[in-house]
Design a binder for this molecule. Sequence first.
Ligand code: AMP
Ligand code: MN
Ligand code: MN
Ligand code: MN
Length: 282
Amino acid sequence: MAVAAPLNVDLHCHSSFSDGVLAPEALAQRACKQGVQVWSLTDHDELGGLGPAAKAAADHGLLFIPGVEISVSWARQTVHIVGLNIDPENAGLVNALNELRGWRESRARDMGDKLATLGFDGCYEGALTYADNPQLLSRTHFARYMVSRGWFKTMQEVFDRYLGDGKPGNVPTRWASLEDAVGWIQAAGGMAVIAHPGRYKFDDTQFDALYGVFRDAGGQGIEVVTGSHRPDQYATYAQIAKHYGFKASRGSDFHSPDESPVDLGALPPLPQGLKPVWADWV
Ligand code: AMP
Ligand code: MN
Ligand code: MN
Ligand code: MN
């Protein structure tokens, strides 16, 4: 008997409404071409792309899950919380994200000033030219500009040397609290999911506290198979999901055809024995 292929589910990617380069329509088309069947757009702190994405997804026969990736500050690091199956019209969520985006403007100006003192001129204005949505200026836009000037070969090099957390060109920002972000997602009818846990530099005690606080706040999911993990991390976070009773998610974190190491829908399936976050939606 033939075993049915697992559903191709991709629940994490970015459009030009945040720091991705493709419009939602082009992303939907690419997802379809890549064989994705269940798709979510999860722009940073922004819901503006969800309307066009839902329409384009329907045109391509994709099951669309409205999503968002919220920036959170926890234990002096930035943690990303993905909200899945949210109501994009929910007033509480809309207003909260509006306020969060407001903080990006002053941070971007400060980052421009800081980079100027380090010898990189015009970065604020330059980053703006890479942002379709001026409300959502991100470090990614700065990195694109700094590569375009020929100062660096790759965006990774920019993050490693200047824009990554703790690097000299970065301006630390206080984002939402973990409890607030989970609360907004839940009030909008969605499921909160810890994005790419393998990227955070916490020790075991801090990770245990993070998972506990997240779960107590009502968080239910964790990304296991993501383009932001190395393949050897899939098993690590599969174990974490089982240990803490989290549902598991899969998403490419696709930003751009030229920059992203993993294309939409191209990751391996979830490891066996996990409860997928999408089980009740498909
Ligand atoms: P921001 O929300 O403005 O702080 O920018 C965060 C975005 O920068 C992330 O969503 C990634 O797209 C990108 N980013 C952050 N850290 C790195 C890194 N070390 N290497 C490459 N891209 C990164
Ligand atoms: Mn990003
Ligand atoms: Mn992220
Ligand atoms: Mn992301």
